[in-house]
Ligand binder design. Sequence first.
Ligand SMILES: *[C@@H]1O[C@H](CO)[C@@H](O)[C@H](O)[C@H]1NC(C)=O
Ligand SMILES: *[C@@H]1O[C@H](CO)[C@@H](O)[C@H](O)[C@H]1NC(C)=O
Length: 214
Amino acid sequence: MKFSYIALFASILSFGSAAPSPKAEGVAALVEPVSTYETDPTKRDPGTKVNVARATKTVTASMLQSLMLNYHNQARAHHGVTALTWNTTLAAAALKSASKCVFAHTANNKYGENIAAGTYTNPAFYAALWYNEGSLYNFSKPGFSEATGHFTQVVWRGTKQLGCAWVKCPGDFPWYLFCEYSPAGNVLPASNFATNVLRSKAAPPNPSQPSGNL
Ligand SMILES: *[C@@H]1O[C@H](CO)[C@@H](O)[C@H](O)[C@H]1NC(C)=O
Ligand SMILES: *[C@@H]1O[C@H](CO)[C@@H](O)[C@H](O)[C@H]1NC(C)=O
């Protein structure tokens, strides 16, 4: 079975926010897949050395693709597993789910799925939070945990394709990132984790977080 679960970001909560509780108010007004943020090329995720603040101002669909592929694939390279490729079917599925503006995993999903919602306007920041859960993962005790489930999906060796959506929703935590993964990661039993979640080849990820308010 694939382990599906709902996890809000402890990291986002620790930034002084309450749990996301958006309300759907009709899709037409909700979908705004463009955000703006300022440039600061000095901000880097110390775990992956990925520059999360890229020198650009708007998150277009193609930017989202490159931000997500870059972040995931640099993280995956860190663990010696192959790069993901973008799949528009997965991206469309992510958009369909994210556009509901309900912070919940897609029901009966055949894909793996990581979701995030918050006030941060750089989608790469959420991917960094997912990856940085790896600092809590015990490679000597492979298996699923809610504290590390996003991380294990990001670096899951058997996953080959990715598609994400970035949507602005109503509410206090407006920026939604949904990513779909195929084949799905986090597949039980725990022995699968031993073969799919590999130790990083370089230093372990640094738990400190990059800034998301770019
Ligand atoms: C994209 O993903 C879908 C769903 O997994 C799959 O059926 C399709 O073959 C993929 N497309 C490509 C080009 O790999
Ligand atoms: C990791 O798991 C191993 C094996 O169960 C255990 O001996 C070790 O104490 C764990 N490390 C941490 C930091 O929990």
